[in-house]
Design a protein around this ligand. Sequence first.
Ligand SMILES: [Zn+2]
Length: 168
Amino acid sequence: MTPLSEAEIRKVFINCSQGEAKRLRIPSGLADTAWDSLDFLGWRDPGSPAAAYVVTEWRGALTGLVLRLGTDRRATGRQNMCALCGTVHSTTDVALMVAPRPGASGRNGNTVGTYLCTDLACSLYARRLKRPARVQPVETLSTEQRVARLQTNLDTFVRRVVGAVEPT
Ligand SMILES: [Zn+2]
């Protein structure tokens, strides 16, 4: 990713109010972030454990998503694989995260959910820059292939949230 400033990040959220985008907690240490190793900037808010944020470049435009961690595990089953990077975790390190759809649809309660690494470090897992706690299933993909898979899955997730129609 291209390095971003706090002001830039606040401008790109597509599924929350401008007020929320102004108030949400931006991670400290942006200047020290290894942007080259990120397909998206993802972070949690320690003061608001249910909140998660993802900023990525989607189809040429910076796009930020506000997510909420789901709480009802009974209804959703027990997934332990991240849908973006494919890392297998213990169930406490994967969570159902739900993004409101942009605009009126989201305000009416329409959301898109997916299972993600709770630390949102998918980019680092895909590059083997961060090791998950659990031993991973044997996989023959190269780093480039894992990164490409993450990018494809991320593109699909953002598209589902945005509700974009694929060109035919
Ligand atoms: Zn992940």
